[in-house]
Design a protein around this ligand. Structure first.
Ligand SMILES: C[S@@+](CC[C@H](N)C(=O)[O-])C[C@H]1O[C@@H](n2cnc3c(N)ncnc32)[C@H](O)[C@@H]1O
Length: 232
């Protein structure tokens, strides 16, 4: 797979972006931000666990909506708990980065994130893949995650597993890749994902996580969360 291939995007009513390659929306048509908060933030017990040096990682950067939701939650938590100078890290893996214009269009409906989206869009338009958004130090690693994650020298305290659905994007949910997620998770680290597919849950358990099923957002009946126990 060639690196740095810009994603081809189609648009659904309400300016919801759809990846042409996968024929699937980047986020929920109902309310992308509420889904992110429910699935990825609450699913990882965030922002409560955030502290200086905490590291969140993500499979699938897409529009950056999850990153901005995390940055906003961290800004609020940091201010209200007097951790004014503390920094959180966010690393996301993406094979087909979206153009700045498409990201701007996708994020435009999220007024509440506007102040954080502006510096992100300015950095992205200049080709930056490492930048700071409020108290978040971000790195977006470009390339097929089957290659980039095994080569990643770090570990995350919390994972957002946000590939497209396992049926349309099986590479993001393979046993081998989820084993890499386990191997790149700090002790007692966590994951959250919108899917409750049986083979994904089994692969995450095999990767060392104690996996639980939870109520999903909106029309999704179930999602999955887990903590690393290393009982592999
Ligand atoms: C559901 S979208 C992620 C949405 C994103 N988290 C957001 O906040 O907008 C899934 C993403 O995974 C990426 N992706 C799919 N297969 C991949 C692969 N093999 N390696 C890296 N990224 C991949 C897609 O290009 C897409 O951006």
């Amino acid at each position: 797979m060639a690196n740095d291939q810009t994603a081809k995007v189609a648009w659904q009513p309400g300016d919801v972006p759809v990846a042409a390659r996968f024929d699937e929306a980047y986020f929920s048509r109902e309310n992308g931000l509420a889904e992110t908060r429910h699935t990825f933030l609450a699913g990882n017990d965030l922002p409560a666990r955030l502290r200086d040096g905490f590291h969140v990682a993500e499979l699938g950067f897409g529009t950056g909506l999850n990153m901005l939701a995390l940055a906003a939650a961290w800004q609020e938590a940091r201010d209200s708990t007097g951790q004014g100078r503390a920094r959180v890290r966010f690393t996301s893996f993406e094979a087909w980065p979206m153009s700045g214009a498409d990201i701007a269009r996708a994020l435009a409906p999220f007024d509440a994130l506007d102040a954080l989206a502006r510096p992100f869009l300015a950095a992205w338009a200049q080709g930056a893949r490492r930048f700071a958004i409020g108290g978040l130090d971000v790195e977006v690693i470009i390339g097929d995650v089957a290659q980039t994650l095994p080569a990643w020298p770090d570990q995350a305290d919390a994972w957002f597993l946000d590939g497209f659905s396992p049926a349309k994007n099986p590479e993001m949910w393979s046993e081998a890749l989820l084993r890499e997620v386990g191997a790149h998770t700090a002790p007692s680290g966590s994951f959250a994902t919108f899917t409750a597919a049986g083979h994904v849950r089994r692969a995450l358990a095999a990767a060392g996580f104690a996996v639980e099923r939870r109520a999903g957002y909106g029309r999704k009946r179930h999602m999955s969360i887990g903590r690393l126990t290393n009982a592999r």
